[in-house]
Write a protein of this length. Structure first.
Length: 222
């Protein structure tokens, strides 16, 4: 089991909010130098603070951190390989890192694998940025065109129906149509943003929960 202390957390400049939460979870008589298991940190502060605490452990946490980092990398690998199924550079780097920790490959081999993986990531990032920008532009343009088309159609019908009416009636109909178009744009934008935010939140919560379970699993065997 890995442990930290309040003293070590102070030395590593723990954030005040996290430090207070951890201290509050401990018995009143707890001293700054008394051991705190990282399992306790997970339960009191959450997985993100527990990962941070790996820099402030009494025992050497390098092996634990390496195994946990490799596991996290493998969870993301599926997304990369779904886009680039023929590119093995990222997988090779993760495998090489694991082998390096086991002493079966050299540091030079690891650095070479890391450089290849970095090149793959850089190329993917550039492609993703360009594609995301284009997709966002296309989606927004299509939504706006649809909204404008519907609003203009409604406005045209309103004007046609009001031809026999007074000028003021036609103006009122056009104004209402313009308001409807503006409202449609606002609603579409708000709905898209809400959906995107909810998806991000759900994905982040699921990832943190999985990380928490793996972290505790590794601690149990540490």
């Amino acid at each position: 089991m890995l442990h930290t202390t309040l003293e070590l957390c102070k030395e590593e400049n723990a954030c005040s909010e996290g430090y207070r939460a951890l201290k509050k979870s401990l018995p009143y008589c707890h001293k700054d130098t008394d051991l705190i298991s990282l399992k306790h940190v997970v339960e009191s502060n959450g997985i993100e603070d527990a990962i941070w605490a790996l820099r402030a452990t009494v025992e050497d946490s390098k092996d634990f951190y390496g195994r946990f980092a490799i596991w996290c990398a493998r969870q993301s690998l599926q997304y990369y390989e779904s886009e680039y199924p023929e590119d093995t550079r990222v997988r090779d780097c993760i495998d090489c890192t694991e082998q390096y920790m086991g002493g079966t490959v050299t540091k030079e081999e690891l650095e070479s694998a890391a450089e290849s993986a970095w090149s793959a990531w850089s190329a993917a990032e550039s492609a993703w940025s360009a594609r995301s920008a284009w997709s966002a532009r296309s989606a927004w343009s299509a939504a706006e065109s649809a909204a404008e088309s519907a609003a203009e159609s409604a406005a045209e019908s309103a004007r046609s129906a009001a031809e026999s009416a007074a000028e003021s009636a036609a103006e009122s109909a056009w104004s209402a149509a313009e308001s409807a178009r503006s409202a449609a744009r606002s609603a579409a934008r708000s709905a898209a943003e809400s959906a995107r935010s909810a998806a991000r939140s759900a994905a982040r919560s699921a990832a943190l929960e999985a990380q928490r379970d793996k972290f505790l699993e590794l601690l149990g065997g540490n």
